[in-house]
Design a protein around this ligand. Structure first.
Ligand SMILES: [Zn+2]
Length: 452
């Protein structure tokens, strides 16, 4: 597929770019600067028209990497469109069937770190633009391409790109970044793939629970020292989850899935708002993945105590990673943690505080949301397009400061094992589905509505 119209040439470009190990680390010293520079050079080689016709602003981050912000002038600048992707990847872990930077193609699959997250989307966006430039296409509105270089470490490229746009007075009409996909076997009983478009994302907030005490020799401990007090606090927090609820995008998702559910389940969805509490309970019971759809979650991740086995800790610290549900606020979450722990000798320190993102329009009467669902309908005719709440964080959240329509969706068919391979091992993308992704971005750009 794709041979006749030359779309498969993009596959070779993706292979070449997957082979360049642009791995992001928290510590910039660990980063392979040559790989990042090499990637940008290779990108310029692979997409000559894009680099010739679009105006490029380089976003120089404090970590010495570069994000790219391209400006493609359209017939109007009134409703600018931003297409996003990132060129960095997470480190390699686990045992891969094909080398993580091999870009191997076998049985119609292309293998390697970044094929799904997120070089596949980056190359598909660039190829769509390159093809349109070959046809002398002028988009109806300005199109900006924002390619980040540090998404995987919550870096500065995206906020700096937002600042650059703000300085230029650009207020995007719509932003499309990674996130959802054309998800196969996503919901039990639903055989069709679901094109899930993230209309909001949970906020990522981190706290430290700190207990300090006298310390001393391990031969003369007193009761409820720093470590025991910290352990009690952790257990109390674990036993006191936040209340569950089903936010509007999740209700809308179930409403859209309703007609595709097996007959016995359909009545459940029919009176959805009435059954919201029942739906929340069902999500909680169905396992950790669905439970995360229904409430703020807490994960105690790091633990520190005494540095020596025979010394009582003077200070014990637990890190808590929190994903704040749409509808909750960071303040409410901290108040909940304080009351659950119920111990004023446990100090709560806020490390990062990020609220959940505002909910972008998700009705088919909204012009912006509709171009996404219509383009999904055209390129993936058997998919059910729907809004949903994204559980993970993306660079897109930064754009909510300057744009009301921020959507998280990459136009690739992904099976459950493929989704599980993201940030894990054996990441791979179907060659045909990649080619369909190129077509999707191309059609999306062609569908951008003119100003009235
Ligand atoms: Zn990503």
């Amino acid at each position: 597929m794709g041979g006749a119209d030359g779309l498969d040439r993009a596959v070779g470009k993706l292979q070449t770019l997957v082979r360049i190990p642009t791995v992001s680390y928290r510590d910039p010293e660990q980063q392979d600067a040559d790989a990042f520079d090499g990637f940008l050079e290779e990108l310029a080689t692979q997409f000559p028209l894009l680099h010739e016709h679009l105006e490029l602003t380089r976003i120089h981050t404090p970590a010495k990497t570069q994000g790219l912000l391209f400006h493609w002038r359209g017939r109007s600048a009134e409703r600018p469109v931003v297409l996003m992707a990132h060129l960095d990847v997470v480190p390699v872990e686990g045992d891969w069937q094909h080398g993580a930077f091999s870009g191997d193609i076998e049985d119609g699959l292309i293998w390697g770190r970044g094929t799904l997250d997120d070089k596949g989307a980056l190359v598909a966006v660039a190829e769509a633009v390159e093809r349109l430039l070959e046809q002398d296409h002028v988009p109806a509105q300005d199109v900006w391409l924002s390619f980040g270089c540090d998404e995987e470490v919550f870096g500065q490229a995206a906020p700096m790109a937002v600042e650059e746009l703000r300085t230029r007075g650009v207020r995007p009409w719509i932003v499309v970044d990674e996130g959802g996909a054309i998800a196969g076997d996503a919901f039990p009983g639903v055989s069709k793939p679901v094109g899930v478009i993230g209309v909001t994302e949970k906020g990522v907030t981190s706290l430290e629970l700190v207990v300090e005490g006298r310390g001393g020799h391990a031969s003369t401990p007193s009761r409820l020292g720093p470590t025991a007090r910290l352990a009690r606090a952790i257990t109390r927090l674990d036993n006191a989850p936040m209340p569950a609820s089903v936010p509007a995008p999740t209700l809308e998702l179930f409403r859209r899935l309703g007609p595709h559910l097996p007959l016995p389940l359909r009545p459940l969805i029919a009176g959805l708002t009435r059954v919201e509490p029942a739906l929340a309970r069902t999500l909680l019971l169905a396992g950790p993945e669905t439970a995360a759809m229904a409430r703020t979650t807490f994960a105690v991740t790091t633990l520190q105590g005494s540095p020596a086995l025979n010394v009582i800790a003077q200070k014990a610290v637990a890190g808590v990673n929190i994903r704040v549900m749409v509808g909750d606020t960071v303040d409410q979450v901290i108040a909940h943690v304080r009351s659950a722990i119920d111990d004023d000798q446990v100090r709560i320190e806020v490390v990062d505080a990020n609220e959940p993102s505002p909910i972008s329009p998700m009705s088919d009467t909204d012009d912006g949301f509709r171009i996404l669902t219509e383009t999904i309908g055209e390129v993936f005719p058997n998919a059910i397009a729907s809004p949903y709440v994204m559980m993970a964080a993306t660079d897109a959240r930064n754009f909510t400061a300057i744009c009301d329509r921020v959507y998280r969706f990459a136009p690739f068919r992904m099976s459950k094992p493929q989704r599980q391979a993201i940030h894990s091992y054996d990441e791979h993308l179907g060659v045909n589905t990649f080619v369909d992704g190129v077509r999707w971005y191309q059609r999306l750009i062609e569908r951008i509505p003119p100003s009235d």
